[in-house]
Design a protein around this ligand. Structure first.
Ligand code: MTE
Ligand code: HPA
Ligand code: MOS
Length: 728
C-alpha cells in the first residue's frame, strides 16, 4: 500500500503532540505524587511514621487488594518487605511536586536490613528462583559427546534500559457517577483497568482507562505502567481530587524493570563440515524481585535459541533468578534476542574452531523445507532464509568486501576491520494463545465521516497510521475522512497488550472485519443518508482471533507462532586497537515484511529497531553497585545510541514479492524483528578482533563495549605471541 508519513509525524517534531502529562492542565485542583523510597535493596519495613506530613498513602488506605502484580499477585503496592533499592513504601500527595517531594523526605521509615542477592551467579548458588525450571528436549543430545568438534562455553548477556522519552505517567480523576477515569501511558489499558479495579476493590465497569499516545514504550509499559496508575487512582479515590504520577528520569530508571540480563551456559557438537549435531543450552534470566512477564520472556528465549537454524538434538533449560533488583520486564524482542545471541555465539565459535567462514557455517545450518523446530512447530517458508541470504550477499557485495577487509587488515596494524552477515527468524504471535484476539468499533456518522476504535495503543510504532490506511482501503474512502481514536477501555473491552509486534495483524484484522460488514450493509444504497433513512445501523464491531495456533505451556511444545518474520543483516566495522572503540562503516538490512501496509512506517521500524539492538549489544551498559543501586540512572552514565552511532552507509530493503496470504493485506509484523538484525554488528566486531590474532575463537561478553573489545584484543594478541614463540 501507500508510503505515507506517521499520522503524528508533524505533531511529534513540532511539539504539538500531546502525551498523558500534557493533560495536567485539564485538571484544576490537581495533586502531585512522590514516593517514599527505600535506601535498602532488601529490608523489612518495621514502622512508617508520617511525622505530621498530610496525605501520605499507605497500605491502610487500600480499599481493595494491596497488589499490582500482573501475572501473579506478587507485587504489594505498599510492601512490608522491601525487595529492591528505592522501592516505594508509601506515596505523598501535595499541591505541588516540590511539596510532595519535601513531604516524602519528611516521612520517617524504620527498616531492618536483610541480605540482598544481586547477581545471577549468587541467585543460582542460593537457589533463588521465581518459578520452576523449564525444559525443552528433542533428539539424542548424547550424540554431542561423539562429534568431531565439541566445545562448551558461557556467555554473559547484559540487560537494557527502555529509555522511552516519555517516562511513566498517569492522571486519575473521579467521574460524576461513582467511576474513576485514568489517563495512563500504558501499552495495556485493559490490564491497567484490571489493576486499578483490584486495588480499589471495585468492578471493572467503574474504571475507564484511556491512552492518548505514548512517547515510546518498547515493552516497558506492557505491565509496568500499572502500579503508577494504581497509585494515582488510589490517591484520587482517597482525596476526591485528581492525582498525577509522573516519574522523573532518575526515578523511572531506579523503579522500573529493564530487559532481562541473562547468563547462558552451553555445550555444542558439530561435524567437520560445520553442521550442528546438537546443543545443550542452559539459560538463566535475572528476573528481579517479582515474576512480572519473566515466564513468557524466558519461554520466548528458549524458543529462539534456534534463530534460523535446525537444532537436530537439543536440550534447552530455563531458570528465572530472583534477585533484589527492579522486576525485569518486556523489552522489544521479549527474550528472543537473548536466545538468538547464544546460537550466534555458538555458530561463530564453531566456525573459527573449524577454520571455516562463519557465513558458511551459518548457511549450512539453515532450516529447510519440512524441518520442525525443537518445540515442535513446522517451519513455514524456510526457503525465504536462503533467498534473503543470497540476495543480501549480492546487494551488499559481501564476497568482494570480504576480500577488501582481509586486504585492509593485512596492511593496517592499529586498526582492523570486520565483516559479518547474520540471519534472523522471529516468531509472530503472543505465545499465550488466548491473547491473540482483538476487537474494533467502526462508526460512520451521517456526514460520512468515520471514527475507528480498536484495542491497540500508539507508542510511535505507527499502528494508528496503518489502521487508518486499512480502514481507508476497506471502506474505499480517503484517509482524511477517518479518525483513529485514542485507546479507551469503554470503547473496546478485554483487549490484549499492544505487544508481540502483532498489533496490526490483530487490530487491523478486527477493523477490517467491521469495515467489511459496514460496506456490505451500505452496498444497496446510493449514499449514507439513504442507508440511514432505511434504518441501517451505521456502526459495527469487528473481531479477530488468530487461527491455527495452539501450544502447551506445560511442555513448551506445539505451534505457538502464526508465522515467522525473516531477515538478514550485513555489518562492517572498524576497531581501534589502542582504545577498543569502533566505527560502523556500513550496514545492509534485508527484511521480509510481507506486502507492506505502510512502507515508510516499516522502514522507520527497521532503522529504529536495528539501532536499538545496536545500543543493547555495544554501548548500553547497565550497572548496579554493591548496594543494589542502579548506578547508571541517567543519560550521562547510560550511553544511548544517537546520531554519531548511525552507520556511515545504511541500506534498508524489503524482500520483494513476499506477500503472506495468512496475514492482513499480505503484510508481516515489523516492530521487534529488526532489533535482532543488530547481531551482525556484534559478529562484525568479533571478526575484527579475530584479525588481531592468529585466528581461533574469540570470547566476547555482551555488551561489546569499547572496554570489552579492548580486553578481547589483548586476549587474542596473547594467543598470537604464544603462537609466534612456538614457531620460533
Ligand atoms: N516503535 C516505537 N517508535 N516506539 C515503541 O515503543 N515498541 C516496540 C515496537 N516498535 C516501540 C516501537 C515493541 S516492543 C513492540 S512489541 C511493537 O512496536 C508493538 O507495536 P506493534 O504490535 O504495532 O508492532
Ligand atoms: N510477546 C510480547 N508480550 C507478551 C507475550 C509475548 O509473547 N506474552 C505475553 N506478553
Ligand atoms: Mo513488545 S516487548 O512485545 O512490548
Amino acid at each position: 500500500m501507500k508510503a505515507i508519513p506517521h499520522e503524528s509525524a508533524n505533531a511529534h517534531v513540532t511539539g504539538a503532540a500531546l502525551y498523558t502529562d500534557d493533560l495536567c492542565g485539564r485538571f484544576p485542583d490537581l495533586l502531585h505524587a512522590w514516593p517514599v523510597t527505600s535506601p535498602h535493596a532488601h529490608a523489612r519495613v518495621v514502622r512508617i511514621s508520617t511525622n505530621g506530613v498530610p496525605n501520605v498513602l499507605t497500605a491502610a488506605d487500600v480499599p481493595g487488594e494491596n497488589d499490582s502484580g500482573s501475572v501473579q499477585h506478587d507485587e504489594p503496592l505498599f510492601p512490608d518487605e522491601v525487595m529492591y533499592h528505592q522501592q516505594p513504601v508509601a506515596w505523598v500527595l501535595a499541591d505541588t511536586l516540590e511539596a510532595a517531594r519535601a513531604g516524602a523526605a519528611a516521612v520517617r521509615v524504620e527498616y531492618e536490613p536483610l541480605p540482598a542477592i544481586l547477581t545471577i551467579e549468587d541467585a543460582i548458588a542460593a537457589e533463588s528462583f521465581l518459578a520452576k525450571p523449564l525444559n525443552i528436549t528433542r533428539g539424542e543430545t548424547s550424540l554431542i559427546d561423539s562429534t568431531p568438534l565439541r566445545f562448551s562455553g558461557e556467555l554473559k548477556i547484559g540487560g537494557q534500559e527502555h529509555f522511552y522519552l516519555e517516562t511513566q505517567c498517569a492522571i486519575a480523576s473521579l467521574d460524576e457517577n461513582g467511576g474513576i477515569v485514568v489517563q495512563s501511558s500504558t501499552q495495556h489499558p485493559t490490564e491497567t483497568q484490571d489493576i486499578v479495579a483490584r486495588v480499589l476493590g471495585i468492578p471493572w465497569n467503574r474504571v475507564t482507562v484511556e491512552c492518548i499516545r505514548m512517547g515510546g514504550a518498547f515493552g516497558g509499559k506492557e505491565v509496568q505502567a500499572n502500579p503508577f496508575a494504581a497509585v494515582a487512582a488510589l490517591g484520587a479515590w482517597k482525596t476526591k481530587r485528581p492525582v498525577r504520577v509522573r516519574l522523573p528520569r532518575a526515578l523511572d530508571m531506579a523503579l522500573t524493570g529493564k530487559r532481562h540480563p541473562f547468563l547462558a551456559r552451553y555445550e555444542a557438537g558439530f561435524r567437520r563440515d560445520g553442521r550442528l549435531e546438537g546443543v545443550r543450552i542452559a539459560l538463566y534470566s535475572d528476573g528481579g524481585w517479582s515474576l512480572d512477564l519473566s515466564g513468557p520472556v524466558i519461554a520466548r528465549a528458549m524458543f529462539h535459541v534456534d534463530n534460523a537454524y535446525l537444532l537436530p538434538a537439543a536440550e534447552i533449560t530455563g531458570q528465572i533468578c530472583r534477585t533484589h533488583k527492579t522486576s525485569q520486564t518486556a523489552f522489544r524482542g521479549f527474550g528472543g534476542p537473548q536466545g538468538m545471541i547464544v546460537i550466534e555465539e555458538i555458530m561463530d565459535q564453531a566456525a573459527r574452531r573449524l577454520g571455516l567462514a562463519p557465513d558458511l557455517v551459518r548457511e549450512r545450518n539453515f532450516y529447510r523445507e519440512g524441518d520442525v523446530t525443537h518445540y515442535g512447530q513446522t517451519v513455514k517458508h524456510p526457503g525465504r532464509m536462503q533467498t534473503i541470504w543470497d540476495q543480501l550477499k549480492t546487494t551488499s557485495s559481501f564476497e568482494s568486501r570480504r576480500e577488501a577487509t582481509n586486504a585492509f587488515n593485512a596492511s593496517h596494524r592499529h586498526t582492523k576491520r570486520g565483516l559479518a552477515i547474520t540471519p534472523m527468524k522471529f516468531g509472530i504471535s503472543f505465545t499465550a494463545t488466548f491473547m491473540n484476539q482483538a476487537g474494533a468499533l467502526v462508526i460512520i456518522y451521517r456526514d460520512g465521516s468515520v471514527q475507528v476504535n480498536h484495542g491497540g495503543t500508539e507508542m510511535g510504532q505507527g499502528l494508528h497510521t496503518k489502521i487508518g490506511q486499512i480502514a481507508s482501503d476497506a471502506l474505499e474512502i480517503p484517509l482524511d475522512r477517518i479518525r483513529v481514536m485514542p485507546t479507551r477501555t469503554d470503547k473496546i473491552p478485554n483487549t490484549s497488550a499492544t505487544a508481540a509486534s502483532a498489533s496490526t495483524d490483530l487490530n487491523g484484522a478486527a477493523v477490517l472485519d467491521a469495515c467489511m460488514q459496514l460496506k456490505a450493509r451500505l452496498a444497496p444504497f446510493p449514499d449514507i443518508a439513504a442507508a440511514y433513512r432505511a434504518r441501517v445501523p451505521l456502526f459495527a464491531q469487528g473481531f479477530y482471533r488468530t487461527p491455527g495456533i495452539a501450544y502447551d505451556p506445560a511442555t513448551l511444545t506445539g505451534k505457538p507462532f502464526h508465522y515467522y518474520a525473516w531477515g538478514a543483516a550485513v555489518s562492517e566495522v572498524e576497531i581501534d586497537l589502542f582504545t577498543g572503540d569502533f566505527r560502523l562503516l556500513r550496514v545492509d538490512l534485508l527484511e521480509d515484511v510481507g506486502s507492506s501496509v505502510s512502507p515508510l512506517i516499516d522502514r522507520g521500524q527497521i532503522e529504529g529497531g536495528f539501532m536499538q539492538g545496536l545500543g543493547w549489544l555495544t554501548i548500553e551498559e547497565l550497572l548496579w553497585d554493591a548496594q543494589g543501586r542502579v548506578a547508571t540512572n541517567g543519560a550521562s552514565t547510560y550511553k544511548l545510541p544517537s546520531w554519531s552511532e548511525l552507520p556511515e552507509i545504511f541500506n534498508v530493503a524489503f524482500l520483494e514479492r513476499a506477500a503472506d496470504p495468512d496475514v492482513i493485506f499480505g503484510s508481516k509484523a515489523v516492530g521487534e524483528p529488526p532489533l535482532m538484525l543488530a547481531l551482525s554488528v556484534r559478529e562484525a566486531i568479533r571478526d575484527a578482533i579475530a584479525a588481531c590474532g592468529p585466528g581461533g575463537p574469540v570470547a566476547l561478553p555482551s555488551p561489546a563495549t569499547p572496554e570489552q573489545i579492548f580486553f578481547a584484543i589483548q586476549q587474542v594478541r596473547v594467543a598470537e605471541i604464544a603462537e609466534a614463540a612456538l614457531i620460533s
